[in-house]
Design a protein around this ligand. Structure first.
Ligand SMILES: Cc1cc2nc3c(=O)[nH]c(=O)nc-3n(C[C@H](O)[C@H](O)[C@H](O)COP(=O)(O)O)c2cc1C
Length: 387
């Protein structure tokens, strides 16, 4: 890791500062002067922007190549990378070095502080960082609400979600499309502090799950249909197929997303919690779920704490997800451009982080599964073998 002295020396070079500013302008098309005063990151950020392979670690070799072109970069930016070059933990050491930098943060302004609220074209620009999308679009309240989405992980204490709002939120969930109108999902509303606490501990110990006034657990549910079969003394082996599991998952996910949008429209913040699947069986037990059901995803909802800094998080360029007529393999350049932009977003949040590295970590093998590798066995034990 570089010493404070060498970092200060890098920072004090006026040429470096001009280079940084230029790189930021090019990358983000920022039409205004941009001042960087972060003592650690400026040089690294230039490397982000100028090094085409810098953060796209398709192999150990690409790490070594980039590292040799930028001596000191990896030690400075990612102190743990040398131990695990392909999937190093980017955050641990770097995080402790990152000072507050309001200028970086201003690249990704707080969407809740905007006054007046940004129009659809500005929101599109923020989502993609693509100036070509910055043109006037007709106002559309629904699309603007959806484009403004950002997960909220910090909630005001003692600000409940009213019963009336919960009715609206669940009505929105039930208004989602549902396969064959079977509605094979349920939702468990958790308000009890002790239960939320236990669930939070089981779900990767995420504090915001404790803090939010309500936690909704979306449940994939074949139990109701099985009960109908039982009452009619009819067989129900059709629930055992993989496609049956998929259909409940789709139904529950569509319902949950409608609920999130409804909650946001009512002025609440929300965040999904997939980490409940790290401990499927204990969570199912905690909620008293019957056989032929399983907890799919949680949703914390509450009033956003204004100190929450989350902005509109960049997404892949549309060309990477939208295919015309037939699927096309993704262009590495599109992924690289996204990696740069989202890298800057994470920096703006004080959480230096590589998106590519997290993808690599997740797809690498069983070690990226965080206990979820046994999900199919758990489902089988719960009467949904998914064969
Ligand atoms: C199925 C699912 C599970 C998620 N699980 C978690 C979680 O356990 N913890 C968390 O902090 N965020 C979780 N998220 C939120 C994502 O991290 C977030 O949606 C993503 O980073 C994009 O950011 P944005 O929602 O602010 O646009 C989850 C999202 C989804 C869709």
């Amino acid at each position: 890791m570089a010493t404070r002295d060498s970092e200060a020396a890098c920072f004090s070079s006026p040429n470096k500062q001009a280079e940084r500013t230029q790189a930021l302008h090019e990358c983000f098309s920022i039409p205004r002067p941009f001042r960087m005063n972060c003592p650690i990151y400026p040089d690294t950020l230039v490397d982000f922007l100028h090094e085409p392979e810098g953060l796209t670690f398709s192999s150990r070799q690409s790490v070594l190549n980039a590292s040799s072109r930028h001596p000191g970069l990896f030690e400075r930016q990612f102190p743990l990378t040398s131990a695990h070059p392909e999937v190093g933990d980017f955050t641990a050491g770097a995080k402790s070095l990152l000072p507050e930098d309001p200028d970086i943060a201003s690249l990704f302004p707080d969407p809740c502080q905007d006054s007046p609220p940004p129009t659809a074209d500005r929101l599109l620009q923020r989502r993609y960082g693509d100036p070509a999308l910055d043109r006037r679009l007709p106002p559309n309240a629904t699309i603007e609400l959806i484009l403004r989405h950002h997960s909220v992980r910090s909630f005001l204490p003692d600000q409940p979600v009213s019963d009336e709002d919960i009715r609206f939120i669940v009505a929105a969930a039930q208004s989602a499309s549902t396969g064959l109108n079977f509605q094979n999902w349920s939702v468990v509303l958790v308000r009890d502090k002790n239960r939320k606490n236990r669930i939070a501990t089981l779900a990767a110990d995420q504090q915001f799950v404790r803090d939010a006034p309500i936690f909704l657990v979306w449940v994939a549910d074949w139990a109701r249909a099985r009960a109908i079969a039982d009452w009619n003394e009819a067989p129900s082996a059709g629930t055992e197929f993989f496609d049956s599991t998929i259909s409940t998952v789709v139904d529950a996910a569509l319902a949950a997303q409608n609920a999130m949008i409804a909650a946001e429209s009512l002025g609440y913040g929300a965040c999904y919690v997939g980490a409940i699947r790290n401990n499927l069986e204990p969570i199912a037990e905690e909620l008293g779920l019957p056989p032929h059901t399983f907890p799919l995803v949680g949703l914390s909802i509450g009033r956003r704490n204004p100190s929450d800094r989350a902005g509109i998080k960049p997404r892949l360029p549309q060309g990477a997800v939208l295919h015309h007529e037939q699927y096309e393999a993704p262009a590495p350049e599109a992924i690289q451009a996204f990696e740069t932009r989202i890298g800057a977003y994470y920096l703006s949040q004080g959480n230096p982080h590589s998106w590519v590295a997290s993808v690599l970590r997740r797809v690498r093998g069983v070690e990226g599964m965080e206990g979820r590798e046994s999900a199919r066995d758990v489902l089988a034990r719960r009467g949904l073998p998914s064969r």
